[in-house]
Design a protein around this ligand. Structure first.
Ligand code: 649
Length: 579
């Protein structure tokens, strides 16, 4: 990656990044590739002074141009970047600490405004951990340096670790995905194969720069392709989704991206007056991935924004995961959206059966949107997770991926790495595969995602780990014993449910129930930012495996069927919206 930036910087002075500092076009800051290269040189020189080639550097800056400079500075110094969010807020600090402990960096790069909080943060680290050094960055930091000779340039070693991505893994069990420069470049090439070449491409993103989609999907892709990218911070988008579409309008953006929930936010969160100011007719590619792509969402988005120039052919449902750097599949550019109407009950049993036009109540039909064709140079095999044999056509199974986007593994976790990244089918097709933990099927060479084997709970685009939530619940009140956290479909997307075992009689729960309920709701809301529905049952109500693991899927099924044993009347079973 650093070689590509060097090449771009040596070319004509063209716009690389435009950061909308306040989320609008009023405060736009522009950098050319040359600017990026020079600012990166300042960071690289600092890291080289500390002899950090081959070492790890946590990148915890706010979204913005400095983030990009620091990322490429780390690459230029030949160090491994560990992209993170800034450690502000209780939950973020705990998660940040777990990343620092796992990745053992020599340096953390953070905004100068965090300088006064370092002591507080360091107190969170276990005593056994060597405290990393902090490098604080602000505008001043770069002044006086620009124009000076950049630091030594380390030649690209393509198979060296470039980046550690902490997208997956709970706070109690972080997993750092090791990506090489080869992985990063391969991911860009695979996406470019899908996107094709366009001379006048302009991108726009508000995605967090510390996750796979914002980092490998937008920032690196723009540098690799050499086209300008308009950026704003995720907070500015979430506060006012209008800003995203206005930026597309103002800067004649041709390519953008968002998870399904972002399209929902736009449909319901933009006023008629705001709508009048939008022109989305320049958009030729809009990627939608990272959570299930809903036909209902896309229909509503088209109805609302079609009159403002949005053409649904530009929408690209796509699928990927950080363990495969990012990209696994996407709709080929220029083709119509494809949705299959399937028999819902058959699908739940793993069978893909088209539902006839006439037959079936609406509730018995599942509308599944195609996530397109598999990335160039890659292969997807759909495998029965029990027998490890590839499933016959027309069956749902676990999605296994092979190809150059597949990462090297999880840092310091050889067993888990072997099981996840180098799996072999029972028939052994001579290849190793990444087990994604996602369920889906292939139809006419297109990939459809239907569910997930792993228990991850995704609410409004946030990945919540059931084991983290369960820990919070068990600690919330002494009368809570076992518990299971899972999600169920609600009126406003997925809703979090906590099923908890209460150590006591129904009579006692009736007496103190409100206090226990409040304690659980308050703890989960404070720790995880989502208000759960809570179901209380007696001890033994939650299904367990013989080895004592919570069977979340069985608990969820029993809850939905109404067969989960209960201790009424304090159960608050009404799912609540995300706060
Ligand atoms: C998925 C990332 C897929 C993810 C994105 C291509 C400017 C504008 C646009 C642009 C460039 C500049 O969620 C992303 C490919 C973007 C090109 C942009 O181009 N990674 S993750 O590791 O955080 O989570 C992975 C899990 O999310 C779920 C699966 O469970 C997966 O294991 N997931 C999906 N579930 C259902 N349907 C989908 N389509 C899903 N995609 C991811």
């Amino acid at each position: 990656m650093p070689g590509i930036l060097r090449e771009r910087a040596a070319g004509p002075r063209r716009l690389a990044f435009r950061f909308l500092a306040d989320g609008t076009s009023d405060e736009a800051a522009d950098w050319t590739y040359h600017d990026v290269y020079e600012h990166a040189g300042r960071i690289a020189a600092d890291l080289l002074d500390r002899e950090l080639t081959g070492r790890r550097v946590v990148l915890a800056l706010d979204p913005g141009l400095h983030y990009i400079a620091a990322l490429f500075g780390i690459f230029r110094a030949g160090a491994t970047a560990v992209p993170s969010f800034p450690p502000t807020g209780k939950r973020a600090v705990a998660r940040f600490a777990s990343i620092v402990v796992d990745s053992a960096p020599d340096v953390i790069i953070a905004d100068r405004r965090l300088e006064s909080r370092v002591a507080q943060f360091t107190a969170e680290l276990p005593a056994t951990v060597r405290a990393p050094e902090w490098l604080f960055v602000d505008d001043q930091y770069f002044l006086g340096f620009l124009g000076a000779a950049p630091g030594r340039v380390i030649p690209d070693a393509v198979s060296d670790p470039a980046l550690l991505q902490y997208t997956s893994g709970s706070t109690g069990d972080p997993k750092g995905i090791v990506l090489t420069h080869e992985n990063l470049v391969s991911n860009c090439r695979a996406l470019e194969h899908n996107m094709g070449y366009e001379a006048d491409r302009v991108g726009c993103t508000w995605l967090p720069p510390y996750h796979d989609m914002g980092l490998m999907g937008t920032i690196m892709l723009a540098v690799h392709g050499g086209w300008p990218l308009v950026l704003m911070s995720p907070a500015h988008f979430v506060q006012q989704p209008y800003r995203w579409l206005k930026a597309i309008t103002d800067h004649k953006v041709t390519i953008s991206v968002g998870p399904n929930f972002a399209f929902d936010m736009c449909t319901s969160g933009i006023t008629d007056d705001e709508l009048e100011t939008l022109d989305l007719s320049t958009l030729r590619q809009v990627f939608c991935g990272s959570e299930p792509v809903s036909r209902v969402t896309l229909d509503k988005f088209r109805e609302r924004f079609g009159p403002r120039g949005y053409d649904e052919t530009s929408l690209i449902p796509c699928y990927g995961l950080a363990e495969a750097t990012l990209y696994v599949s996407g709709k080929p550019t220029g083709t119509p959206l494809r949705t299959e109407r399937l028999d819902k009950e058959a699908l739940e049993n793993g069978v893909v059966r088209r539902s006839g036009e006439a037959s079936g109540e609406p509730g018995q039909v599942a509308h599944v949107v195609s996530c397109g064709t598999v990335a160039d140079g890659h292969e997807v095999t759909v495998v029965d997770p029990e027998t490890l044999l590839p499933v016959p056509a027309g069956r749902v199974g676990e999605i296994w991926v092979s190809g150059p986007n597949v990462a090297q593994g999880y840092l310091g976790r050889p067993d888990l790495t072997a099981a996840t990244f180098t799996a072999r089918t029972a028939g052994d097709d001579g290849r190793t595969h990444l087990r994604t933990g996602d369920l889906g099927f292939l139809l006419d060479g297109e990939l459809f995602i239907t569910g997930r084997l792993k228990d991850l709970v995704v609410i409004a685009g946030r990945n919540l780990y059931p084991q983290d939530i369960e820990l919070t619940v068990r600690q919330a009140h002494e009368q809570v014993r076992g518990c299971a956290a899972f999600s169920v479909p609600g009126e406003q997307g997925e809703q979090l449910v906590v099923a908890a075992e209460y150590r006591g009689t129904a009579r006692r729960l009736a007496a103190e129930g409100a206090a226990v309920l409040d304690a659980v709701i308050a703890a989960v809301t404070a720790e995880h930012g989502v208000r759960p529905a809570v179901h209380f049952g007696p001890v033994g109500a939650i299904p367990m495996t013989t080895s004592g693991k919570v069977r979340r899927d069985a608990t969820r099924k029993a809850y939905l069927q109404g067969t989960l044993r209960t201790l009424s009347p304090v159960t608050d079973d009404t799912p609540q919206a995300v706060r």
